[in-house]
Design a protein around this ligand. Structure first.
Ligand code: URA
Length: 272
């Protein structure tokens, strides 16, 4: 039997809140921490476990040969060399630095219109996206398409769709900071090559990663932010609720609708 670990339980809960787009306040965190500590005190003690292997030893053999910094440098160099979105896609598909690729069936790079005025950036592929090698093609993607259609946007006409991570994390967990860091040079280069007038970050994971912020989606949505790439491209960024969150919490659709109208108005200004 594995021992109950309050810090792991707390992390699982906050990850789940994150995924749901919920910002836990301090009172909620304190209450949960207390309950977790009480459960740990009352849980039967398990036999001591053998120490788990160092993270390095858990990596597949070919990943062990290079450090995280080496892989990051390689991602930066591959991204910088790509002179078109198709070349960038080939570079991402050939890149072996992100451990998520090991378990993924496909690389889901992008979909939609290259050079479109709007770029939607989500968190990363789920099951359907992994099977088809395309972003946002499952249930959440279908809702995203309907949300975009409500403000005259579509992936067949004027919208480009991608993610902050290109490989499905096992069990659909959130991508780790290290995994996101390795994908980031490709994300930045995709923005520089796609030159969107406006970026929509779908969900808290994407918004936090793109803006390098710890602020939750509840606070970030509803206002305009600015994304600047290392290559000097700048675009307004609007965080919105993730469509998967809206499928679970349809009562939040009115706030999502307000955000979409805001985006539509800003896009009109940018295109005037
Ligand atoms: N959720 C995302 O954030 N991206 C996808 O591509 C699919 C689901």
């Amino acid at each position: 039997m594995s021992q109950y670990d309050p810090s792991l339980a707390l992390k699982a809960l906050t990850d789940w809140w994150d995924e749901m787009g919920v910002d836990a306040d301090e009172t909620q965190m304190r209450a949960f921490r207390k309950a977790a500590e009480r459960a740990a005190r009352e849980a039967p003690q398990a036999a001591p476990q053998a120490p788990s292997p160092a993270p390095e030893a858990r990596l597949p053999r070919h990943l062990r040969k290079k450090t995280h910094e080496d892989w990051l440098a390689e991602a930066r160099s591959l991204a910088a060399d790509a002179q078109s979105l198709d070349a960038l896609k080939t570079a991402i598909e050939g890149y072996d630095g992100c451990i998520l690729k090991e378990a993924a069936r496909n690389t889901a790079c992008f979909d939609g219109v290259q050079g479109a005025p709007v770029m939607v950036i989500g968190e990363g592929p789920g099951g359907e996206e992994d099977a088809r090698g395309l972003p946002f093609v499952g249930k959440a993607g279908q809702l995203l398409d309907r949300m975009l259609a409500a403000i005259s946007l579509s992936r067949t006409e004027n919208t480009f769709i991608t993610n902050v991570n290109y490989w499905r994390p096992p069990g659909n967990r959130n991508p780790s900071d290290e995994e996101l860091e390795l994908c980031r040079p490709f994300v930045d280069r995709m923005i520089e090559l796609g030159q969107p007038k406006l970026i929509i970050a779908a969900g808290g994971v994407a918004a936090k990663s793109l803006l390098q912020s710890k602020t939750g989606i509840m606070k970030m949505r509803g206002s305009e932010h600015v994304l600047k790439t290392p290559g000097g491209y700048e675009a307004p960024l609007f965080p919105i609720f993730h469509p998967a969150f809206l499928l679970r919490r349809p009562e939040e659709k009115s706030r999502a609708w307000r955000d979409l109208l805001n985006i539509q108005a800003r896009l009109k200004d940018l295109e005037a």
